[in-house]
Design a protein around this ligand. Structure first.
Ligand code: ADP
Ligand code: MG
Length: 342
């Protein structure tokens, strides 16, 4: 036996996906876009149907010692709805599949589905199917979301043009900082179970980690403002990493400004308290699930005073690079750390 063995870590998550998808050729004329964007795009009559799927695994994506099951159910739906929103589409249905070890009771499953039900109500989607199996250890939850978008409104990761303005919804870094707070409290609890977690001062960042929201409201907002984004992605891995996906697929460079990056006061103060650089949290912290998009220069006035959309920089030619202008005016190369699962 001299078969070559390659560790998955050598390829990384994106390298592995490239390798998996490479030999597949789409043959259906209705397959508009397959692997490679936030969701697949399928032509159906006068509109597009978009489909996205994500799997959450205990011990990798969540830790039940601080993640309540109802929040987990909500989050599992929200992260998929977020991918639908990133196509500028409106979600309509989800399927939910679960793998359960015998550690979980019927009541635990009830709690998980209570969160799923809340998310279905919040995002206006119907639960239309799924699968239930046993798991040798831990909890696995996989959600598929479906949505629709008109053919002229669909927004891909490609499409950003030189001179476009880069925008992001909400604020960033909170979910990552919230995770650090929860991890710290868990360590304190494990070393002394009599200690009760002190989380009051951290409400906002903990909520950003535990109660993930998908920005379907921004999709409606853009429509109301009569803005057709030129490219869009949701911020799941971190601003830098997700911006790089737009750069790669649109074949452009970017220039973003440190002093424009949206960060909440709580996120900033908590990051400092935990000895993290707040800007690194904004650039490389994941799981904020905000929408990152580019718009034409001519649409700038429409978002200029928007309370929940921030302009953070410009699209430039690919050969001009991916740059961050720091508060002191220094130009540095943006680095993407992102989440590493392998
Ligand atoms: P996101 O972070 O938006 O959920 P991913 O980075 O997980 O997206 O996936 C990137 C693309 O690769 C998507 O189009 C996704 O559907 C596809 N993909 C991921 N894993 C697989 C797989 N095992 N087989 C086929 N396609 C995959
Ligand atoms: Mg995505």
């Amino acid at each position: 036996m001299s078969e070559k063995r390659t560790e998955i870590g050598e390829l990384g998550e994106f390298g592995l996906i490239d390798r998996i998808s490479e030999p597949f050729v789409n043959k259906q004329s209705s397959t508009k876009v397959g692997i490679g964007d936030d969701a697949a795009v399928i032509s159906s009559g006068d509109h597009f149907t978009v489909v996205s799927t994500d799997m959450l695994i205990e011990g990798v994506h969540f830790d039940l010692s601080y993640m309540p099951l109802a929040h987990l159910g909500y989050k599992a739906v929200a992260v998929n709805v977020s991918d639908i929103a990133a196509m500028n589409a409106i979600p309509s249905q989800v399927t939910v599949s679960i793998g359960l070890s015998n550690r979980f009771s019927v009541e635990a499953v009830d709690m998980l589905y209570e969160g799923i039900r809340h998310a279905c109500e919040a995002f206006g989607v119907d639960l239309v199917g799924g699968d239930t199996t046993s798991s040798p250890s831990g909890l696995i939850i996989s959600v598929t979301a479906v949505g629709t978008v008109t053919k002229d409104a669909v927004t891909y990761r490609y499409g950003a043009q030189h001179h476009d303005i880069i925008c992001v919804s909400g604020d960033l870094g909170g979910a990552y900082v919230g995770l650090q707070v929860l991890e710290r409290e868990k360590q304190v609890f494990m070393s002394n179970p009599d200690m009760q977690p002190k989380l009051e001062d951290y409400d906002y960042v903990v909520k950003r980690q535990l109660k993930t929201e998908a920005r379907t409201d921004i999709v409606h907002e853009l429509k109301a403002l009569d803005i057709q984004p030129t490219a869009m992605i949701d911020v799941s891995d971190g601003l830098a990493s997700d911006l790089f996906h737009i750069c790669k697929q649109s074949k452009v460079g970017v220039r973003i400004y440190e002093d424009k990056l949206p960060i909440s006061t709580t996120t900033y103060d908590t990051a400092v308290e935990l000895n993290f650089d707040p800007i690194t949290c904004v650039l490389n912290g994941g799981e904020d699930y905000e929408l990152l998009f580019t718009i034409s220069e001519s649409d700038a006035d429409k978002v200029k005073n928007h309370h929940d959309i921030t302009m953070i920089g410009f699209v430039q030619n690919e050969e001009d690079g991916r740059l961050l202008i720091t508060k002191s005016g220094t130009t540095v190369n943006l680095k993407a750390q992102g989440w590493v699962h392998f």
